[in-house]
Design a protein around this ligand. Sequence first.
Ligand code: HEM
Length: 364
Amino acid sequence: MGLKPNQRLPLMAMGMLSLLMALFGGVQRLGWDLPTLTVVLPANHGPLMVGAFLGTVIGLERAVALGTLWGFLGPLATGLGGLLLIAGVVPPLAQLLIVLGSLMLSLLFVAFLRRQFAWFTVIMLVGALSWLIGNLLWLMGHNIFVVVWWWMGFLLLTIAGERMELGRMLFISKLRQSQMIAAVVVAMLGIVITLLDIDTGVRILGAGMIAIAVWLGLNDIARRTVKQTGLTRFIAVNLLAGYVWLACCGVLLLLFGADFSGLRYDAVLHSFFLGFIFSMIFGHAPVIFPAVLGRGMLYRPAFYIHVVLLHLFLTVRVVGDLTVELLPRSVGGLLNALTLLVFVLNTVLAIRAHFVAERNVQAS
Ligand code: HEM
């Protein structure tokens, strides 16, 4: 027994508030002169995005799938942690809540494994543990440029595991499964090595990312479904575009090694978080939002607007970063933030359109 759809709404709302505040802080960090909402927003941009927004949404989705009440403790903790990060009060408590959220997500995957053993669940569990370790390092006072690789590991393995899970339908051979497991091991090895030698570690992580991107590009069901129409094609287009950004991030890491701030750091982080992760979110949103909120969503071709804008402005930003041109970097970054607002708006409109269509059917 879990939470009813209406009871999940406040959790989703906390995650979305963290996203909006993180965007605000990110734009301020680019140097745009926005009013000060709270002084900590620019510094808390990364933790709000990864821990409080993505952590809450992923935790919520997994808790719904498990269907037990305790599963929702994770997204509750990260959602509340996000509120404290926004307000900038009691920082250790905010960090502790996000640590708790990642611990709960790890336990949730253990519960899935106890129900049924599967390699893709093991990969997702290792991803959750990567998030937990990163959060513990952050709680201990390590800089974000030290822990961010662990946070990347969380998202990378969550998606790799999830795509493998869907690949079951394609009857992926044992050999191909072991290729993916090998790529995941390389990526995780790189992340562990960052603790000893950050430069070598991130280069190995980059190699692992390239291997995972190539594997997904070759084996994902999206390669077939992209030839279909409507929502099915929309999802596939997003997945394939995301794999290209993942490979780009891997190449940048392999070439540059570790950076701790500045333009190359910006290019590496956002080709991963915006290019790869947000492509996954855009693609999965029409399926995940209805499942989590218990409200339907009407697919509309207008969804391609936020997709095209994301890739266009992210390219402008990353090219600006790599050519040390500050104007395209700042304008591209600002427009990235506005693109995510277009995505939220498009999602709300699609939920509303479904609601209106349903009401009309009932009335007729
Ligand atoms: C959409 C608009 C976004 C803008 C304008 C933005 C802006 C920035 C800027 C300016 C930095 C500092 C880079 C540097 O040190 O030079 C940064 C860092 C970072 N961003 Fe973003 N970002 C955006 C989206 C995202 C997303 C979607 C995520 C994650 C899902 C993310 C996660 C991070 C992380 C983890 C850092 C490192 C923070 C640190 O070292 O303190 N960003 N971002």
